[in-house]
Write a protein that binds this ligand. Sequence first.
Ligand code: NCD
Length: 299
Amino acid sequence: ILDTAESFANVNEQRVKKVPLLRGKTIVNLFFEASTRTRTTFELAAKRLSADILNINISTSSTSKGESLLDTLHNLQAMLCDMFIVRHGDSGAAHFIAANVAPHISVINAGDGRHAHPTQAMLDMFTIRRNKGHDFGKLRVAIVGDLLHSRVARSQIHALNTLNTGQVRVIAPKTLLPTDIEDMGVTVFNDLQSGIRDVDVIIMLRLQKERMQGALLPSEHEYYRLYGLTEERLRAARDDAIVMHPGPINRGVEIESRVADGKRSVILDQVTYGISVRMAIMSMVLGRQPEQTEIEAQR
Ligand code: NCD
């Protein structure tokens, strides 16, 4: 996927950013939860592959008139769609939908509850690879913040382990770590300063207050004091360390503006690469594994 995304990154740098690989295919963005980057980059990716894409606004669709999820899906299926991109607040939602729609419809998980956000993790791996090269074995990567509620972190850990990353560290207060964290092949730190020492990559996470039940933190101010990434703290990492964040960022809560906008930040590159990675995933899932030469020939 990452290699195929590399070819699409070339397409995205051209004046005409379009290839006809998915002409005639119909893709539906089905977002039951808020999204800015993921929804729009899936849409752009589909358009750059020449597919037709529908954005279903759930709040104005008949789901709000009491129609069940499966009825909504079966109606979309009756419109002869080829792929659903699904974001939902419940863990397992994309899997459930895949099991209940016609087999010819491909379903892509664009984030389900706290469980997984695989395309985000893949674009993050692509960003690391572009900045640090292909050998993940020599890298130390730290993921910092609200791991308990983060589907992004779960998928990132899975991807980093798949790519045999030298060391994967997680840094968070105990209240924001999942209970099964020790089984995930990571090294746990509760202190930011020692956790980011000599790392090559720092991935910051947002505090997901919408998923928090009860008081897990004394206050945002206290959190920032202990876990906020400031320029001063960043000095503990390697001189060439990059700073990542899946967005949306909360300035002054998990990250200082000087770091988010600073020269180590690749946060907006992640967004750009998201288009190429999603183009790769969509074209591969819809039965086409384009060769680089084919992508080039169609340009
Ligand atoms: C994340 C998500 O929705 O899981 N954002 C994203 O997709 N880029 C992370 C978050 O909401 O904090």
